[in-house]
Design a protein around this ligand. Structure first.
Ligand code: ADP
Ligand code: ZN
Length: 652
């Protein structure tokens, strides 16, 4: 760990009486200058600025800002200019290590304390703390529990405490961590020290929990728009997963991505298939040894593999910001999981694609699984919360509605998280708004034909048989059952087997048909399905084939989180994506990989893709021009400038 010289202290520590307006403005100006010098970031985003003002004023704070919104800067920037130490609590060692390495790369005195460190290393950190050499210290909640630790930090001059992933403190959140509960004692252990909570997702209940558990006093609560405008959402019925998956991956050759599957078996199968097809992929699930999981994570972080095929167990702790696509091979079990998992794409603000392949059967697999685990918990004598199963099924139902409603995906997600959708017109970043979904003509009549065939078959046959009836198949089974005499026989003669099967699947997905039967799956009409037959309800069905999506690079709106000047400069990413020299971009990435290997850090800590794209666009020739690229601070300009300039000049 290197401990560089302290930056000039720009202002006094939070004085108790509110600072005069002029002093506050000075403090912010000093902070902006430091942020530009150290991180090469020229503009604070609107929410960052508000959060940072509160932070500098010594006020308690809760900031809810979507992934990629730039939460870290909100506690890192004040730490640069304020006297005293900023303590950061984070749940995962991998996350901490990444941030600490990143800060050190930028010349900021930061360190961490975890149980995974050697005694020597910990001792060095403690010594640096005692000398007052550190600006930021990252710790796990367990570490914080050590007797007298927090009290010692207070004695040494603790200025503020930042709690990352603060939703982990709440039972209502999707990622409750018992070790976070003890953070409730921080207020008493560090009296008068401002507490700042940060999270990407927290609905109202979770927010209320965070405020009360941490005992925040008169906090500023900021909830940023949760939309991720640079993500392009696509939802498609799953027909031939291998083929559909291949199409997505071909659009993203050489780029980073994650493929989520429901089961370990499916992970292994998909991973093997991808490798056989020449993709650099690796499997990741909870059934692998800790060693193999770690290797998979490292290989992905260090760009030795492009694609991780994983169960939901993979994600947190992955800070790679250039994930260009996330595929769900099946329906996730709720919109919280879905947005958390898709949220791992495009953290650098550049366009990324999220594709969800689903089938009507997914809903029922989840439902069975949920009911079974509820029963098992009961059998084991743990009386599960009676409403827990109901809540899980509600969440699953909402997830299914997301796939079957033909409403802008961004709008659906934003409204689900309790915010208003105010973008006029389409989002231009989802299959619905891009007009990629071809609907079947006369969907309601089509649905009635299928539902009535199910009724005529006395709700005793499966999808294959019903399809044969509708298509007028001339088979022994039709003759034997007399179903070739039904009025519905041959009603969909003009359609293919694939089409009819896909529509049946969609009807199941919309809960108009249900799959029942102990031995063989048979189709039955649900109560809502009956309403369709009575013409009391309209139905919308996809036509096949679904329109082929265009390549997504560049199909991005600039985010509401970006400052006006960011948008004025062409949304940064749009401009870069369109005019960057692709060959140079690839050379820069190769150089970044080599330097990362040399320094033993993941490549994205050298520079992120957004910064490389800018280099490949503006092609700086001097150190000054290089320093002007967004994301290049003083230390990196001096450290890395020569190597990158040589590469840009074609000598690399
Ligand atoms: P979060 O923790 O909210 O998911 P991060 O703090 O990891 O997001 O930031 C995501 C990316 O955005 C990082 O690459 C970071 O350097 C960049 N970033 C943060 N703030 C700004 C800003 N004001 N201007 C440009 N880039 C920024
Ligand atoms: Zn849309």
């Amino acid at each position: 760990m290197t401990v560089p010289a302290q930056p000039e202290l720009a202002f006094e520590p939070e004085a108790q009486p509110p600072a005069p307006v002029a002093a506050a403005a000075d403090a912010l100006a000093a902070l902006r200058a430091e942020v530009a010098r150290v991180f090469g970031i020229g503009e604070l985003r609107p929410f960052q600025e508000e959060a940072i003002r509160a932070n500098l004023a010594g006020r308690d704070l809760l900031l809810v800002l979507p992934t990629g919104g730039g939460k870290s800067l909100c506690f890192q920037a004040p730490a640069l200019v304020r006297r005293g130490l900023t303590l950061v609590v984070s749940p995962l060692i991998a996350l901490m290590k990444d941030q600490v390495d990143g800060l050190c790369e930028n010349g900021v005195a930061a360190a961490m304390l975890t149980s995974a460190q050697e005694t020597d290393e910990r001792r060095a950190v403690h010594a640096a703390l005692e000398r007052g050499d550190l600006r930021l210290l990252y710790v796990s909640p367990e570490r914080l529990a050590v007797d007298g630790f927090v009290e010692r930090l207070v004695a040494l001059g603790l200025a503020a405490i930042a709690i990352d992933e603060a939703h982990c403190i709440s039972h209502w959140g999707h990622d409750f961590r018992p070790e976070y509960r003890q953070l409730g004692r921080l207020r008493a252990r560090a009296p008068g020290i401002p507490l700042h909570a940060y999270t990407a997702t927290a609905d109202e209940r979770v927010r209320a929990d965070i405020l009360s558990e941490l005992g925040l006093v008169d906090p500023l609560v900021l909830v940023a728009p949760c939309d991720r405008p640079n993500l392009v959402y696509r939802v498609q019925p799953r027909r031939e997963l291998s083929k559909q998956l291949r199409e997505v991956l071909e659009r993203h050759r050489g780029e980073a991505g994650i493929v989520y599957c429901i089961s370990r078996k499916e992970v292994e199968r998909v991973d093997a298939e991808l490798r056989a097809a020449g993709f650099a992929s690796v499997a990741y699930h909870a059934g692998l040894t800790a060693d193999r999981r770690k290797r998979a994570q490292d290989d992905f972080a260090n760009e030795r593999v492009d694609i991780v095929v994983a169960t939901v167990a993979f994600g947190m702790g992955i800070d790679r910001t250039d994930v260009r696509f996330v595929v769900h091979a099946a329906l996730p079990k709720g919109l919280e999981q879905y947005s958390q998992e898709t949220g791992r794409a495009g953290r650098d603000g550049l366009a990324a694609e999220c594709v969800l392949f689903h089938s009507g059967a997914d809903y029922f697999s989840w439902k069975t699984l949920m009911e079974r685990s509820h029963e098992e918990a009961r059998a084991a004598g743990d009386e599960p919360d009676a409403t827990a199963l109901e809540r899980s099924l509600d969440r699953l139902g909402e997830m299914r509605n997301f796939t079957t409603r033909f409403v802008c995906r961004h709008k659906q997600l934003v409204e689900h998280f309790g915010q208003a959708w105010t973008t006029p017109g389409g989002c231009e970043a989802c299959d619905v708004c891009l007009g990629e979904i071809a609907l079947a003509p006369d969907s309601t009549i089509l649905a009635q034909k299928i539902l009535s065939a199910v009724v005529r078959c006395q709700q005793r046959y499966g999808a294959a048989h019903v399809t044969d009836v509708l298509r007028g198949a001339e088979t022994e089974a039709m003759r034997r059952t007399g179903h070739d005499q039904l009025s519905t026989y041959g009603l969909l003669r003009a359609n293919t087997v694939a089409e009819v099967r896909a529509w049946i699947d969609q009807l199941v997905g919309q809960d108009l048909l249900r799959i029942s039967g102990d031995q063989y799956p048979i189709l039955v009409v649900s109560p809502t399905g009956s309403e369709v037959l009575k013409r009391q309800r309209e139905v919308v069905l996809y036509a096949l084939p679904v329109a082929r999506p265009k390549r997504t690079r560049g199909a991005t709106r600039s985010g509401p989180l970006d400052g006006a000047s960011d948008a004025a400069s062409g949304g940064a990413s749009d401009a870069a994506a369109s005019s960057a020299d692709p060959a140079l971009f690839d050379r820069l990435r190769a150089l970044r990989r080599a330097l990362a290997r040399e320094r033993g850090v993941p490549p994205y800590l050298i520079f992120n893709d957004r910064t490389l794209e800018q280099m490949a666009t503006s092609k700086p020739r001097t150190v000054e021009e290089f320093r002007a690229v967004k994301g290049v601070g003083d230390k990196k300009a001096a450290d890395l400038g020569p190597a990158f300039l040589a590469c840009i000049a074609g000598e690399g």
